[in-house]
Design a protein around this ligand. Structure first.
Ligand SMILES: *[C@@H]1O[C@H](CO)[C@@H](O)[C@H](O)[C@H]1NC(C)=O
Ligand SMILES: *[C@@H]1O[C@H](CO)[C@@H](O)[C@H](O)[C@H]1NC(C)=O
Ligand SMILES: CC(=O)N[C@H]1CO[C@H](CO)[C@@H](O)[C@@H]1O
Ligand SMILES: [Cu+2]
Length: 630
């Protein structure tokens, strides 16, 4: 038996190696020489590469599985609508205070103390129509510093939640967002250096929906909280007394044994026998999900459903599947039709270790997510799922691949017990910019998870990418059909997997992060940056927003009395002035002009060279990290 297995996997490996080769043959490799040398020098820790066995509770046993209703995060109303002095359009101004609150999770134990946006978790849902800019003032009234990232938004660098752009307790920062994208499910969450996992675990994450008329016209199931339901997944550990376990000091992963949906462990939702739009967001620290639906009375038969959206909004067409991988930070939206299940209960379940692609620790109940209780009375359902959801997006979907070669190769690995990318971590300030991409260029990046003992969901800020290929010594799944039908901003590198992602590095220049979204890995220190550099023949004036630590946009101190009494910076007049001053700098209002000029610059000079200028390696003490520059 063992002999046979070995032969089988050896055969698979040879087969997959030749597939990897044939993929590589399709693309020219044009990575910088310094990057090639750095890759050669990497020494990896031994991952051990073994599957763990299923465990019993680590938290106190949770007695109310499927007994509490699913909470729906409330929609946040803008506090003010201010006219943009440049465009004449409205800017919606919101406020969120980051503050402690308690939640009684276990009925007979102490309540957990959490810290969330406006004192709830998930935070309130922001819902803005496409084309309406927003400014959100995040006020830190907590006990730790924060930084806010609107995940999936092409925000200017100073508003992108750069990990070192911190807001300390007693400070606030105004974030300006474009909302120029087609309808999609963004989310806002903490990104503070080294404590992102802790802040997210204790509650700092929320949904942010851009809506538009094109999507509304499709006739999909609609009505936030009614037939359009956000499902924010998380997985946590509790202490014996019912309080939430801290993850400070954890440097491997925090899998969690208590699955939450919208902040409630294993909830149920009463539904009607009709179609629902369900919006999944994996907001866990480390756990990846492989989701499927079954009837409670037939646990072995998976029920098919239609995927209609990815991280970047609608897929081009619905994709039918009966299981769905959702690694950390990914969003997938589905339409599930309950009409055939009147009077029955259904369960949303999770495959252990994601069917072998993950390495997550499993517990007795981590195979369960939530229950749907379908009422027996028939209802009228006029919603539909059209066969075409949108046109392909140029250039990535109209011409695939839209460029010719592999521009960068990034290996996500572990060395000396530290998580790194090409042997660099975020703390290595001199070397953490691993790519310089000329503004407007289309690049292919190869993202590699060499080791089998860990997996990494990779997020690239600023851009949407197309997942072109997935291969690896033990990977046979390729690009999932629902992944291929849309654009993404997170891609999962499963065990031994390598992917090719292609993105258009536009429209903004500036320094942005890319990193593993297993937040424990991200904090310790699997995060680096890329610099979208200005074109030399650009000849165009705009305000410089390229520096994520630009002091013009840094957090500012406030007095508690000013906030509660709406005085000082919190009067309507002061807010209007601040927002108008920001708008006058035109962070987003020149978008069309910028895009046109970028296109023109590339048409006239298609061979814009990579900017190879770089700093001298720093003199001084021997660095913690191997150093190299792009
Ligand atoms: C990013 O590139 C620009 C050139 O467009 C350069 O001026 C800037 O210093 C670079 N930033 C960093 C942090 O290297
Ligand atoms: C750019 O701005 C400078 C200073 O405001 C001005 O002198 C110059 O004419 C502008 N150039 C263009 C091309 O608009
Ligand atoms: C170190 C290691 O195992 N590297 C492998 C990572 O995956 C790629 C593609 O799957 C292989 O080509 C590497 O050998
Ligand atoms: Cu990782």
């Amino acid at each position: 038996m063992l002999f046979k297995l070995t032969h089988l996997s050896l055969g698979l490996m040879i087969l997959n190696r030749s597939y990897a080769q044939s993929v590589r043959d399709k693309y020219t490799v044009q990575i910088p020489e310094s990057e090639r040398l750095a890759l050669e020098g990497i020494v990896e820790d031994d991952p051990g590469d073994q599957m763990s066995i299923m465990k019993d509770w680590e938290s106190p046993e949770y007695p109310l599985i499927y007994r509490n209703p699913l909470p729906i995060p409330p929609v946040l109303e803008p506090k003010l609508k201010i006219t943009n002095p440049v465009t004449g359009k409205e800017i919606w101004y919101y406020e969120m205070e980051i503050k402690p609150f308690t939640q009684a999770v276990y009925p007979t134990l102490r309540p957990a103390r959490l810290v969330g946006y406006n004192g709830i978790s998930p935070g309130p849902t922001v819902m803005v129509p496409r084309g309406t800019e927003s400014v959100i003032r995040f006020i830190n009234n907590a006990d730790k510093e924060n930084s806010v990232h609107l995940h999936g938004s092409p925000s200017r660098a100073p508003f992108d939640g750069w990990a070192d752009d911190l807001t300390f307790p007693g400070e606030y920062k105004d974030y300006y967002f474009p909302n120029n994208q087609a309808a999609r499910f963004l989310w806002y969450h903490d990104h503070a250096v080294h404590i992102t996992a802790e802040n997210a675990n204790f509650g700092q994450a929320g949904a942010y929906l851009i809506t538009d008329s094109a999507e509304d016209a499709l006739g999909l199931p609609s009505g936030y909280g009614e037939f359009d339901i956000p499902l924010v997944l998380a997985s946590k550990y509790y202490n014996e007394d019912g309080t939430l376990q801290s993850v400070l000091g954890e440097e491997q992963s925090s899998w969690g044994d208590v699955i939450h949906v919208n902040g409630q462990p294993w909830p149920f939702l009463n539904v009607q026998p009709r179609k629902y739009r369900l919006r999944f967001l994996n907001a866990a620290l480390s756990r990846n999900f492989a989701l499927y639906f079954v009837k409670s009375s037939a646990q072995n038969t998976r029920i098919p459903f239609q995927v209609i959206a990815t991280d970047a909004g609608l897929t081009t067409h619905p994709v039918q599947t009966s299981d769905l991988y959702v690694s950390v930070a990914e969003r997938y939206e589905i339409v599930f039709d309950f009409s055939g299940f009147a009077g029955q209960t259904l369960e949303l379940k999770n495959f252990p270790q994601a069917n072998g692609i993950g390495t997550d620790d499993d517990y007795e109940h981590t195979d369960k997510v939530m229950r749907f209780v379908v009422s027996s009375d028939p209802v009228q359902d006029d919603s539909r799922v059209p066969e075409v959801l949108r046109a392909p997006t140029a250039p990535l979907e109209t011409n695939s691949p839209a460029s010719t070669g592999i521009d960068h190769h990034f290996r996500f690995h572990r060395h000396n017990s530290e998580w790194r990318i090409n042997d660099v971590g975020f703390a290595d300030e001199k070397n953490r910019i691993l790519a310089k991409v000329p503004r407007g260029k289309i690049e292919i990046w190869e993202l590699e998870n060499g080791s089998g003992g860990w997996t990494h969901p990779i997020h690239v800020h600023l851009v949407d990418f197309k997942v072109l290929e997935r291969y690896g010594s033990e990977s046979t799944r390729g690009v999932m059909p629902y992944e291929a039908a849309g654009l993404k901003d997170v891609v999962w590198l499963g065990r031994h997997e390598t992917v090719l992602v292609e993105a258009h590095y536009a429209p903004w220049d500036g320094v942005y992060m890319f990193h593993c979204h297993n937040l424990i890995h991200e904090d310790h220190d699997m995060m680096a940056a890329f610099n979208v550099t200005q074109l030399s023949n650009w000849g165009y004036n705009e305000t410089d927003f390229s520096d994520p630590e630009d002091p013009r946009f840094s957090a500012r101190p406030y007095n508690r009395a000013d906030l509660t009494g709406r005085a000082g910076p919190f009067t309507e007049q002061a807010i209007e002035e601040t927002v108008r001053d920001l708008a006058l700098l035109q962070p987003y209002s020149q978008l069309e002009e910028v895009e046109e000029l970028l296109e023109e610059a590339w048409r006239e000079n298609p061979n814009q060279k990579r900017d190879e200028r770089c700093e001298q390696p720093a003199a001084g003490p021997i660095p913690r990290y191997r150093r190299f520059v792009v």
